[in-house]
Design a protein around this ligand. Structure first.
Ligand SMILES: Cc1cc2nc3c(=O)[nH]c(=O)nc-3n(C[C@H](O)[C@H](O)[C@H](O)COP(=O)(O)OP(=O)(O)OC[C@H]3O[C@@H](n4cnc5c(N)ncnc54)[C@H](O)[C@@H]3O)c2cc1C
Length: 391
């Protein structure tokens, strides 16, 4: 099998890259190790930056998003039982974010790819990336019980944190930067209308809590729990009680409860692999970097990477110049590190660490007070949350 761009992974990064290339007349093959149902139903991100929404619309994947997505013009910060709203358009000159689940983004992109794009093979497990530093990289893969090889001009490693692509960069050329956190998020999906019409980020001495949503009738809620917690340790009632306790306000806000349909624990990690390119292999999305979910940046970073990569491949096709491909890693990493910084700041602002002292708690409170009382501090948060410019 032969193609121009061999794409490993059909998460948001791989699917969007295939779509961008298809629209530019560059052929690709997507190899996805799991089945379609897994790709379309894995519960993950839910916040799209304005730039991500613009890209999805531009590639023809915005129709359902425009119909079912919820535009959000702010978030609420809760601390010391008080509420402070961060007004995104007012602080950023008009920018917003959208609530539209990653599962739905993937469904829309899969449908488009199967309808009019190049091959998208589910159950096709890439085994390695070979010859990335030569002219003809190869991806051996297993599909329907047989081993085959995809030969290509370029390889896009969009296979997430646990994929094989990153391992193809020689250790001597790789640098990794990493931080793990001593806490995790217990996340639930519940059949109940959101208790608030925007996301609520709460700092409480008992731990962080986030009230989010998937649709007008489905809530997505999170609790900070110790790293290594098993979701089954928490009964449904305990989860609701703890959410209520942490989100309590002086004006007596109540949390609506409903049937919990999904429960899972997400570990928190910051990770960057440099460089994001080795020869003809380009890493994109979680294959190259991970952020803790507090800043809602993971999916949006993946989109930024593949927009940059597609632009560079189109430039090379049209002009013969590899300049943008050569600049790919440095271009992406500038944005990646801004998102890493913001995600780290949001995480440490809102989560009391297990060994936190009373002093640490007061500092978190002071940082929150500053955001609530200073336009400059509020603007800094709003600009980062609504998104850093693409490439
Ligand atoms: C539990 C969880 C919750 C999250 N919540 C949020 C959130 O609330 N907000 C946010 O912004 N971000 C969140 N994220 C991060 C966000 O979901 C990711 O940043 C995003 O999925 C990155 O997309 P991607 O395409 O780079 O990687 P992925 O979505 O991981 O896709 C990679 C794909 O590659 C496939 N693959 C892997 N290895 C191979 C192989 N060898 N051969 C073929 N295919 C392979 C995988 O099956 C997968 O489909 C969360 C992540 C996790 C794990």
């Amino acid at each position: 099998m032969r193609t121009t761009v061999g794409i490993i992974g059909a998460g948001p990064a791989g699917l969007l890259l295939a779509r961008l290339l298809h629209r530019a007349g560059i052929d690709s093959v997507v190899l996805e190790g799991r089945d379609r149902a897994y790709v379309e139903h894995r519960q993950r991100a839910g916040i799209l930056e304005q730039g991500t929404v613009d890209v999805l619309r531009a590639v023809g994947a915005g129709e359902r998003l425009d119909r079912e997505g919820l535009r959000h013009d702010g978030i609420e910060l809760r601390f010391d039982r008080r509420r402070h709203r961060v007004d995104f358009p007012g602080l950023t000159g008009g920018r917003s974010v959208w609530v539209y689940a990653q599962t739905e983004v993937c469904k829309d992109l899969v449908a488009l790819q199967l309808k009019e794009g190049g091959p998208l093979l589910f159950g096709a497990q890439a085994l390695a990336v070979q010859g990335a530093d030569g002219d003809r990289p190869r991806i051996p893969f297993r599909y329907q019980g047989r081993e085959d090889v995809l030969e290509c001009d370029y390889v896009a490693g969009c296979d997430g944190f646990w994929g094989v692509s990153r391992g193809a960069v020689p250790a001597a050329l790789s640098r990794t930067f990493e931080r793990t956190y001593p806490y995790a998020w217990l996340g639930i999906l519940a059949d109940v209308a959101p208790s608030h019409d925007e996301l609520v980020y709460t700092r409480h001495d008992r731990g962080f809590a986030l009230l989010s949503m998937r649709s007008p009738s489905v809530s997505r809620l999170y609790l900070q729990v110790p790293a290594g917690t098993d979701a089954e340790e928490w009964s449904d009632e305990e989860i609701w009680d703890e959410l209520q306790r942490r989100c309590e306000t002086t004006d007596g806000r109540r949390l609506e409860r409903g049937r919990i349909t999904h429960k899972s624990v997400t570990p928190m990690r910051s990770f960057v692999h440099e460089p994001m390119r080795h020869g003809r292999l380009f890493l994109a999305g979680d294959a190259a970097h991970i952020v803790p979910p507090t800043g809602a940046k993971g999916l949006n970073l993946a989109v930024g990477d593949v927009v940059t990569l597609a632009r560079a491949l189109v430039h090379e096709k049209e002009t013969g110049s590899p300049d943008l491909l050569d600049a790919y890693s440095a271009t992406c990493l500038r944005r990646v590190w801004q998102a890493e910084r913001f995600s780290y700041d949001m995480t440490t602002l809102l989560h009391p660490a297990p060994d936190a002292t009373a002093f640490d708690g007061r500092l978190q409170q002071a940082r929150l007070e500053r955001i609530a009382s200073s336009r400059a501090a509020g603007t800094d948060l709003a600009e980062a949350y609504t998104g850093f410019p693409l490439g």
